[in-house]
Design a protein around this ligand. Structure first.
Ligand SMILES: *Cc1c(COP(=O)(O)O)cnc(C)c1O
Length: 428
């Protein structure tokens, strides 16, 4: 697409956008009577307007049915998660039986590592991306310690080459080969939270399997953002939070994926609880854990109905949009437009003020651009907020901006550029 830095161009793109009306289904933060341009959906997605209604619905189910709500009403709570499974599956390229809403992300990372990190003999290491989200680092370190190893020699982190900001696939693959039989588990973020780099999940999964390792993905920044094919790629397990790109609300219920090839695998450890027990016999309350088939067998506690209702409502919006395929087309164009606008600002300022560290190729990124500000980054970020533009700031010098195809427009991006230019002229 040939982009132009003017309002008429941006508005013409919006006119032609088949998804343009979806933004009216969301609530935008507002200050002094003016809505923000929201470019922070990578951190917390916006509230769908329908959220209030679905919450009220569940509150009145609770009020009117009380304990009978588990088995009565139009959508009994006992089976409610199944409706989510059908809607979650297409977002991550899975069969409904392979996914389940449960818990929160880091908790699920732990539960899945209990099953899929099984160090034996010299195969005891976990490989991960250097600079992973801290919660993942802490979870992996503590799992390694739990098995009696020292993180310093049981965790292999892959870092970019010196002078580079992101990882080269060839370097990841050669690191996998290099460590081969030492690797028990490869666990990467699908998209790195800091750089916005989308790793070549298929190739890394294949390479991991070729050396006999399990391969799992934390899709916090990928699920609902980029198309992934967990089943076809043979990924062993994955998990994600739903409050970033999937708009389920702060601390919303998370999701897991377990590939069907593991459904009958008796060697996998589990930290079990009654909700993972065979569904049709759960209330017999018998001794001796027998897991429900599929991903549901990893559930521990009774299902979180209220957060599920919010996640369900937001998944319905994805369904209405045709799931990811149309959103992804718009996303590539919107993010490309933002990239173009940032580069135009550098030209107008006649400065290398902004450096985008997120890869330029669409197949190596999702909606997010991570932008290093050479001078006065925090002042510029604060200036943007004062102009009603909300992205997020990561120390020491990165501004992350994420145009979300469900609720951002080309005009948002154009206006962000104008505001950025205004702020730069003021503070630089
Ligand atoms: C956002 C994010 C988390 C957050 O974990 P919670 O358990 O939901 O607080 C963890 N890992 C990654 C990679 C993330 O991006």
């Amino acid at each position: 697409m040939n982009f132009e830095n003017n309002l008429a161009f941006a508005q013409a793109q919006d006119q032609a956008d088949v998804l343009k009306d979806f933004r009216h289904q969301f609530l935008f933060p507002n200050r002094e009577g003016k809505d923000f341009i929201y470019l922070c959906g990578n951190s917390l997605g916006l509230q769908p307007k329908v959220a209030n209604e679905v919450l009220q619905k569940q509150l009145s189910n609770w009020a009117n049915l009380a304990v009978e709500g588990w088995f009565e009403g139009d959508k009994p709570w006992m089976y409610y998660h199944k409706e989510l499974k059908d809607l979650m599956a297409p977002l991550v390229g899975a069969f409904p039986a392979e996914v389940c809403p449960m818990n929160t992300l880091t908790v699920n990372l732990h539960l899945l590592m209990v099953s899929f990190y099984q160090p034996k003999g010299k195969r005891f290491k976990i490989m991960m991306e250097g600079g992973a989200f801290p919660s993942d680092q802490y979870a992996i370190e503590s799992q390694v310690r739990f098995h009696g190893f020292n993180p310093a020699n049981a965790i292999i982190e892959v870092f970019p080459r010196s002078g580079e900001d992101t990882l080269r696939t060839e370097d990841i693959l050669s690191k996998i080969d290099e460590h081969g039989e030492e690797i028990a588990l490869i666990l990467f973020g699908g998209i790195n939270y800091y750089t916005g780099q989308w790793y070549d999940m298929e190739k890394i999964t294949q390479a991991g399997h070729a050396v006999g390792a399990m391969v799992g993905w934390d899709l916090a920044h990928a699920a609902g953002n980029v198309p992934v094919k967990l089943h076809d790629w043979g990924v062993d397990f994955a998990c994600w939070c739903s409050y970033k790109y999937q708009n389920s609300g702060p601390g919303g219920i998370a999701g897991i994926f377990v590939h069907e090839k593991h459904f009958q695998n008796q060697d996998l450890n589990r930290f079990a609880g009654w909700w993972g027990y065979q569904e049709n016999k759960r209330f017999k309350m018998e001794k001796g854990f027998i897991p429900e088939a599929g991903a549901d067998g990893w559930q521990v506690s009774c299902t979180q109905v209220i957060p599920m209702a919010l996640y369900h409502a937001s998944l319905e919006i994805f369904k209405e949009a045709g799931f990811l395929a149309p959103l992804r087309i718009k996303s590539i164009n919107l993010t490309g437009y933002l990239e173009y606008i940032i580069n135009e600002i550098n030209k107008i300022l006649n400065l290398q003020q902004f450096k985008i560290i997120t890869p330029a190729k669409p197949e190596e990124r999702g909606a997010q651009l991570s932008i290093i500000a050479a001078h006065k980054g925090k002042e510029i970020f604060d200036g943007l907020v004062a102009e009603h533009i909300l992205g997020d700031w990561r120390e020491p010098d990165v501004i992350r901006l994420s145009p979300i195809p469900l609720y951002n427009s080309f005009e948002d991006i154009y206006l962000t550029g104008q505001a950025l230019l205004k702020v730069c002229k003021k503070v630089l």
